[in-house]
Design a protein around this ligand. Structure first.
Ligand SMILES: O=C(O)C1=C[C@@H](OP(=O)(O)O)[C@@H](O)[C@H](O)C1
Ligand SMILES: C=C(OP(=O)(O)O)C(=O)O
Length: 449
C-alpha cells in the first residue's frame, strides 16, 4: 500500500502535538510496579504505549483508560509471572524493561517481539543481567529475542553496560533494580549516548520514590532497593513527534501555533527547537498554556550548520529531511546509535533522499554510519516511490521531505504512524496537506483525517 503525498505551497497555522511516548511508557511501568493507585495524565495512546499497557496487564496491573488520563492499580514488586508470553511487538523499550523486571516474577516468562525486534541487539542487556545473577536463556539466536526469563530474582551488585549501544539496556536494569535486596551499580563504559533517556528514567523512578545516585559524568548509576510508590504523572508533548511538524514549519513561510508543547522537558529531542532557531525560525513558548509559536519569515533556508545528535537520536531522520532543503552545508554527526534502531536510520535516509536527487553523503565513525553531510536546494523533482524501511520515523521524515517536491511522491509504510503518532494524518490534513492511498484498502487513519 502506497501513500501519494502531494506537494504543498503553504502549510496551515495550528497543530496539536501528541504526548510523549517515552514519558508515557515510563509512567505506566513505574505505576505498575507501585502498590496502590497511580494516575497518568495527558497520556499518549498509540501502538507502543498499548504494548506497554498489555505487558503491564500480563503481570497483573489493572489499567483503565479514562478521558485524558490513565488510572493504574499497580502490582507492587511481588508480581505474578502467570506463565505467559509477553509480546513486545516492535517496541525495544518494552522488550528490554520486561526482560529485566520478569527476573522477579514467580514463574518463568517468555518474552518476544516482531521480526524487526528479534533482529535488534540485546546481548549487552543479557550480559548485564547475568552479571547481577538473573537467569535468562535465548530461545533462538544467542544475544537476541526471544528469551525465557526463568525468574528467581537477582541479588544486586555490579554490572557493566557499554554506553554506545542502547540506553534502553541501562533503563531496563534500572527499573528492575529496586526489587533486588542489595543496591545495584551500573557501570557505563565508553562513550555514553542518548543520556537524555537515562535522565527521563531517573525522573520517573524518583517520582515513584526510588533512590538513585548518579555520577556527574553518568559512568556509574546506583539504584537502591525500595518499593515503588504510587504517584500522579503529568505527561508533556513529544518532541520527536513535534519535529515532523516543526520541520515542516521550517520549510514553509508563515506563523504556526503548536499545542501540547512545553519548554520544561528532559527530552533530548527538544534540540529541534535550537535547530530551527539556527535556521532562522523565531520561537516563542507560552508554558502557562502549553503552546509554542513558530514564526518563519523565510522562503528559503540557507547557511552552514553542524549538529551533534548524540543526545537526540530520534530526530536524526527528521534532520536529514530538513537539511535536504538548506542551501549550504548541513552536517549531522553523533548519530551512530540510530543504526541499531527500528531500521539503520542514517543509511535509510541517505538511500531514500539520494533517490530524490539530494546531495547527501554519509559520514562514518569507527566504520559505522554516524551522520551525514547535505548540500541542499530549494526543491526536488519528486514523483518517485520511497521506502520507509519498515520504520515509522523514516516514513514521517520522508513525508515532510515530499511536501517541497515538484511532483507527488509515493511513500510506503504509512500505517506505521500508529507506533507513535496516530493522529499524524489528521494533523497534516488540518494544515492543508493532501495525500491519497494509491492501492485498494481502507485505512481508518486516512478516513479519520
Ligand atoms: O528509552 C527510551 O524510551 C528510548 C531510548 C532511546 O534508545 P537508544 O538509547 O537505543 O537510542 C531512543 O532512541 C528510543 O526511541 C526510546
Ligand atoms: C526506536 C524507537 O523505539 P524503541 O527503541 O523503543 O523500539 C522509536 O520510537 O522510534
Amino acid at each position: 500500500m502506497l501513500l501519494q503525498v502531494k506537494p504543498t505551497a503553504t502549510l496551515g497555522d495550528v497543530a496539536t502535538i501528541p504526548s510523549s511516548k517515552p514519558e508515557t511508557q515510563r509512567a505506566i511501568l513505574a505505576a505498575t510496579l507501585a502498590e496502590g493507585k497511580s494516575v497518568v495524565r495527558n497520556d499518549l495512546r498509540c501502538l507502543e504505549t498499548t504494548t506497554m499497557k498489555e505487558a503491564c496487564r500480563t503481570i497483573g496491573a489493572i489499567i483503565e483508560e479514562k478521558d485524558g488520563y490513565l488510572e493504574i492499580q499497580g502490582v507492587g514488586s511481588n508480581f505474578a509471572g502467570n506463565k505467559r508470553v509477553i509480546d513486545a511487538l516492535g517496541s525495544g523499550l518494552v522488550f528490554r524493561v520486561f526482560t529485566a523486571i520478569t527476573s522477579f516474577g514467580d514463574t518463568p516468562e517468555v518474552l518476544t517481539g516482531d521480526a524487526i525486534l528479534r533482529g535488534r541487539v540485546m546481548a549487552p542487556l543479557f550480559d548485564a543481567l547475568a552479571q547481577l545473577g538473573a537467569n535468562i536463556s535465548c530461545v533462538a539466536d544467542e544475544g537476541k529475542a526471544p528469551v525465557v526469563n526463568w525468574g528467581g530474582g537477582f541479588k544486586g551488585g555490579r554490572c557493566v553496560i557499554p554506553g554506545n549501544v542502547s540506553s534502553q539496556f541501562i533503563t531496563a536494569v534500572m527499573f528492575a533494580a529496586p526489587m533486588a535486596p542489595e543496591p545495584t551499580e551500573i557501570v557505563i563504559e565508553g562513550e555514553i549516548l542518548s543520556i537524555s533517556y537515562i535522565r527521563q528514567t531517573i525522573e520517573a523512578m524518583e517520582k515513584a520514590g526510588i533512590r538513585i545516585d548518579v555520577a556527574d559524568d553518568f559512568t556509574s548509576i546506583v539504584v537502591h532497593p525500595g518499593q515503588y510508590q504510587s504517584a500522579d504523572y503529568q505527561i508533556s508533548g513529544d518532541y520527536t513527534s513535534s519535529s515532523y511538524i516543526i520541520g515542516a514549519a521550517a520549510l514553509f513561510q508563515g506563523t504556526r501555533v503548536l499545542k501540547n508543547m512545553n519548554s520544561q522537558s528532559l527530552q533530548g529531542e527538544k534540540a529541534i527547537i535550537d535547530v530551527v532557531k539556527a535556521l532562522g525560525v523565531e520561537v516563542q513558548f507560552d508554558d502557562a498554556n502549553d503552546e509554542l509559536t513558530l514564526i518563519n519569515n523565510q522562503t528559503h533556508l540557507a547557511g552552514d550548520f553542524e549538529f551533534d545528535a548524540s543526545d537526540y537520536p530520534n530526530i536524526v531522520p527528521t534532520l536529514a529531511a530538513i537539511g535536504a532543503f538548506v542551501e549550504g552545508t548541513f552536517r549531522v554527526v553523533g548519530g551512530s546509535i540510530t543504526r541499531l534502531h527500528k531500521s539503520p536510520r542514517i543509511k535509510a535516509m541517505v538511500s531514500e533522499l539520494q533517490k530524490l536527487g539530494v546531495d547527501i553523503t554519509p559520514l562514518f565513525k569507527d566504520g559505522v554510519y554516524d551522520g551525514f553531510e547535505i548540500h541542499g536546494k530549494a526543491s526536488y523533482q519528486g514523483g518517485l516511490e520511497l521506502s520507509s524501511w519498515g520504520d515509522h520515523r523514516i516514513f514521517m521524515s520522508l513525508f515532510i521531505a515530499s511536501l517541497r517536491c515538484e511532483r507527488a511522491c509515493l511513500l510506503e509504510g504509512y500505517a506505521d504512524v500508529i507506533c507513535s503518532f496516530p493522529d499524524f494524518f489528521k494533523e497534516f490534513s488540518a494544515m492543508g496537506v493532501q495525500f491519497t492511498e494509491t492501492e485498494d484498502g481502507n485505512s481508518d487513519l486516512l478516513k479519520q483525517a
